[in-house]
Structure formats: C-alpha cells, structure tokens
Design a protein around this ligand. Structure first.
Ligand code: OAD
Length: 257
C-alpha cells in the first residue's frame, strides 16, 4: 500500500483479540534511551478535552456523513452546509483546552534530541500545549484557503461569517485535507523522514483506519522503531505494534515522564 495516495478509509483487518499486558517501566526506559522519537496522534488524544472523535458510539461520523461534509465534492455542491458544520466545530473548539496527554507530549519533546509530532487532528491543541515540531497531516481548522488566489491564512473567528470570502473576492474554504484529497507533499515527506529515522514511536488515540496516516505506524515498525500504541481499545494496528497500552491517553502518557 503506497503512503503517497489520497486520504481514504482502509480496513487493515488485522484485529488480534489477545489480551495485552504492557510494562510501563520498560516503555519508559526505551523512551528515555531513544534519541529520535516520533508521535502520531488522532482524535482520541483530544477526547479528554471534550472534542468528539470521528468513530465510535459518540463519534461525529455516527450523526454526520463524511461524504456530505468532508469532501471537495460536498463543498462544491453545498459550501454553506459544509461551512455551517465547520463553524459549529470551530465554536466548540474555541472554548476547549489541551489535556494532560497533549501536555505530556509537549514535555517529551523538550527531553528528546530529535522529536516529531505527526497529528491527524485539525484542532491546534498540541500547539496550545506547547508542542513545537508539529506536522499537521490533515491541516488546521483555524486556517482558511482561498479557492481563487490560493492564499492560506489564519482565521480564528468563531462564529465565522457564512459564507466567508477572501479580500480578492474568492470563496474561502477550511484549510483542511478532505477525503479524496492528497496530503500536502511537503508534510508527508517530512513525516516519512521522521518515521524513517525514529527509534521509538507512540501512536496515540487513532483508530488506524484512515490512510495514509495509519501506514506511518506500520512503516516505523518496518524501519526498526519500537512502536507503542496508546488507545482505550484495540485497533487494526494493534497486531502490528510492539505494545498496546489500553487506557486513556491522559492517564498513560503523563506516567511516562
Ligand atoms: P477516530 O475517531 O477514527 O478514532 C479515535 C480513536 O481514539 C479510537 O481508536 C478510540 O478508541 C481512541 N480514543 C478515544 N478516546 C481516547 C482516549 N481518551 N485515549 C486514547 N484513545 C482514545 O479518529 P482518527 O483516528 O483521528 O479525517 O481519525 C482519522 C481521520 O478520520 C481524522 O483525521 C478525520 C477522520 O475522518 C478527515 O476528516 C479527513
């Protein structure tokens, strides 16, 4: 499976139902002995801050269809609906703060020589927690892109005017990556470079069903990194990683410091 494809769901069908026990002090030691560390995060890391995840019982995709809200075709046919949904998410996020898991990751970055955080999240909570070297694979909800002149700019209005327009007169869209779109080349190259040289990787709060992000964890494993997953449940990635720590990211990650 190529990492360089558009965003899509892929079921890796690798569920392994064994019970997992993990040794936190061993993980801690490996982390402390690693000079290059990469972390991949998904919506689950922001769940304890009150941000809804996409999948699962209370996930956004239970009540909304990604085809109607998170594809370029959806935006073309009904930009107002898509903007209303993003406006609702932006208003929710505007009152939300990072949680102990975001803070622990920012703290790990300070202690490691080479550190890269790759996030699928668009909420900006990692940066608010103090993370510096962040690759936002799926963009950022607080940025907008003009469909006419292509300019990307920060916009923190919540509520945002529906529909928002650029000073050039073009319609603005959220600067996020939708299903069917390619990730920004530069972001993906930087992510792959970080993966290829890391000795230790955390995969936190992601269901591991959206590509190419999920493949990054498998690639790290293939390239020889020690890969530790942190999730409240097993995922299709669990069978391939070295350890799965079952539990809340906000409980587990601070214990590693
Ligand atoms: P998902 O909603 O698919 O998965 C969230 C994961 O977090 C699940 O595996 C949960 O078990 C786990 N989780 C929930 N609470 C947790 C907690 N407190 N601690 C640890 N884990 C927890 O979110 P993503 O994997 O990020 O893309 O989804 C990937 C992409 O699909 C998103 O970036 C988004 C979505 O559709 C686009 O919109 C393009």
């Amino acid at each position: 499976m190529s990492i360089f494809g558009s965003i899509k769901f892929v079921d890796l069908k690798q569920h392994n139902m064994q019970n997992i026990t993990y040794n936190l002090s061993d993980i801690k030691e490996r982390l402390h002995n690693s000079k290059a560390v990469t972390v991949l995060t998904g919506a689950g890391i922001s769940a304890e801050s009150g941000v809804p995840t996409f999948r699962g019982n209370n996930g956004l995709w239970k009540n909304f269809r990604p085809e109607d809200l998170a594809t370029p075709e959806a935006f073309k046919s009904n930009p107002k609906l898509v903007w209303e949904w993003y406006d609702w998410r932006r208003r929710t996020l505007s009152t939300i703060k990072p949680n102990p898991a975001h803070i622990a990751i920012a703290e790990i970055e300070k202690r490691v020589k080479e550190f890269t955080l790759i996030t699928q999240n668009v909420d900006g909570l990692h940066q608010l927690a103090g993370s510096k070297n962040v690759i936002e694979l799926h963009g950022n909800i607080w940025r907008v892109k003009c469909l006419s002149c292509g300019r990307v700019s920060e916009n923190r209005e919540a509520p945002i005017r529906i529909l928002p327009y650029c000073s050039c007169g073009g319609l603005l869209r959220p600067a996020v990556v939708w299903f069917g779109e390619m990730l920004e080349d530069n972001n993906l190259m930087k992510a792959v470079a970080a993966i290829d040289k890391c000795e230790f990787m955390f995969v936190v709060g992601t269901s591991g069903v959206v590509q190419p992000a999920a493949s990054l964890a498998l690639r790290a494993k293939d390239e020889g990194a020690f890969v530790v997953e942190v999730n409240i449940e097993r995922t299709p990635l669990s069978a391939s990683v070295d350890e799965t720590c079952l539990g809340k990211a906000g409980d587990i990650l601070p214990q590693l410091l």
